[in-house]
Design a binder for this molecule. Structure first.
Ligand SMILES: Cc1ncc(COP(=O)(O)O)c(C=O)c1O
Length: 424
């Protein structure tokens, strides 16, 4: 092992896991450079954080300007970057969201959103969808069911959290319609047997499940949830921490569905890598939450807010080209799906694409995933896997990726699959 990895092993708690041992020293756009000068395509994008690409000049400049003027307010005084970032988000937010406040991490935003829902409805129940990921702090992990690893050893988790199925057609061997009907039927059973609608404060859902395996919610599923929420006075929280900021080819994944969320949680790409998250809701809903009943010291850091202001402008320029880039990537990956028996499924929205690897029996193949990951790393491609069985390639380049870079990455995955299949 290199000295560099030794230093990690000696001093960094092993609970913080890294996918590889590469030491990156600089980054630009979709490219990373390691200490030896070798370059990699970054198709992990910090798990959908660096949507504008690394070191975007417009964002870097705004950060430099802010760093020289003011870093921190922490609720003790007002400053321009905070309100400018909120105004920018309002300008692109889905209806009826017209106000925001800032936190530092995704988990913090999710917990704040649930507190808002509980406080304003006076109800305690939270319904979440199996396979969802909402964070790893004690409250957020109570809502996370993407894989049992995150929950093991931490019980008891929060009470009155009700987990109901999310449609996973490929994993279930069903059509989208069948998987949707089954999930909705289970939902109705839950309302009949487990928790009454009048005890439910909110539904918390990722419109495209991320960590759980890159499953877009079927249209009918999300629309029915919206209808049920309206019928019973339940608030719909769209967790767009991974799906937001143009990732799926629209500003927000809910834009694909014509479904309006009551509460929106944002994070990750919001400041292109500086720690920032946000909760959005309508003026009417926020008006029911007493001032001072929630907050956070670092939430809305001035430098991160200055970055967020620029991110909105940059993403506005990128969103229109994401659908074509996504379609190009999808068409190339479908060819790989047709030519490699190891690829069980390719699915996704925009530039949020899953390549699911399976064995001869159609079961998740984590061995193939690990082989492909190492093979493409050698060739110069970094990605971050997902799925409860660790067998899914997340294909999430920054939105500044070029068609040539998409083809280069697909080529490396193609070669890796050929090598895997030859060795078996
Ligand atoms: C959909 C979703 N919600 C919440 C989170 C938690 O964000 P953080 O890791 O910043 O706490 C994540 C992070 O991956 C996420 O993808």
């Amino acid at each position: 092992m290199s000295d560099f990895v030794d230093r990690f092993t000696n001093t960094v708690a092993p609970v913080i896991a890294f996918d590889n041992n590469v030491e990156i020293v600089k980054a630009q756009g979709a490219r990373l450079t390691d200490r030896s000068g070798k370059t990699y395509l970054d198709f992990g994008a910090g798990i959908s954080v660096t949507n504008c690409g690394h070191n975007h000049p417009q964002i870097v400049e705004a950060v430099h300007r802010q760093v020289d003027r003011l870093w921190h307010g922490g609720g003790t005084f007002r400053f321009d970057a905070y309100v400018s970032a909120a105004e920018k988000l309002v300008s692109v937010a889905p209806a009826p969201i017209d106000m925001f406040f800032f936190m530092s991490s995704g988990a913090e935003a999710v917990e704040a959103a649930v507190k808002l829902a509980r406080h304003t409805t006076g109800r305690q129940g939270v319904v979440v969808f199996r396979g969802g990921f909402h964070g790893r702090t004690m409250g957020a992990v109570s809502y996370t069911t993407s894989t049992v690893k995150y929950r093991t050893g931490y019980h008891p988790l929060l009470p009155s959290v009700f987990v109901t199925p999310f449609p996973h057609p490929f994993r279930q061997g069903l059509t989208e319609e069948e998987a949707t009907s089954r999930a909705l039927d289970e939902f109705q059973q839950m309302l009949r047997h487990v928790v009454a609608p009048e005890d439910i404060a909110c539904f918390l859902i990722e419109p495209v499940q991320g960590e759980g395996g890159y499953y877009p919610a079927p249209l009918r599923f999300l629309r029915e949830l919206r209808e049920m929420a309206d019928r019973y006075g339940i608030l719909l929280i769209a967790d767009e921490i991974q799906t937001g900021f143009g990732r799926t080819g629209e500003w927000w994944a809910v834009d694909h569905y014509g479904v309006e969320p009551d509460i929106l949680t944002l994070g990750k790409a919001i400041a292109n890598g500086l720690p920032l998250s946000a909760v959005g809701a309508s003026r009417d809903l926020f008006g029911k939450w007493p001032p001072g009943s929630h907050g956070s010291t670092y939430g809305g850091n001035a430098v991160a807010c200055a970055a967020a202001v620029q991110v909105v402008d940059v993403i506005s320029g990128l969103v229109p080209q994401v659908p074509a880039l996504g379609e190009h990537a999808m068409s190339q990956l479908r060819k790989i799906n047709d030519s490699h028996p190891t690829v069980g499924d390719v699915r996704g929205l925009g530039l949020m694409i899953a390549i699911e690897l399976t064995d001869d029996e159609g079961q998740p193949d984590s061995g193939a995933l690990e082989f492909v990951r190492k093979h493409v790393l050698e060739a110069g491609l970094i990605f971050h896997p997902c799925g409860p069985a660790h067998n899914i390639v997340r294909f999430i380049p920054p939105l500044v990726v070029t068609v040539a870079e998409l083809d280069e990455a697909v080529g490396m995955i193609d070669d890796a699959l050929t090598a895997w299949e030859a060795s078996h």
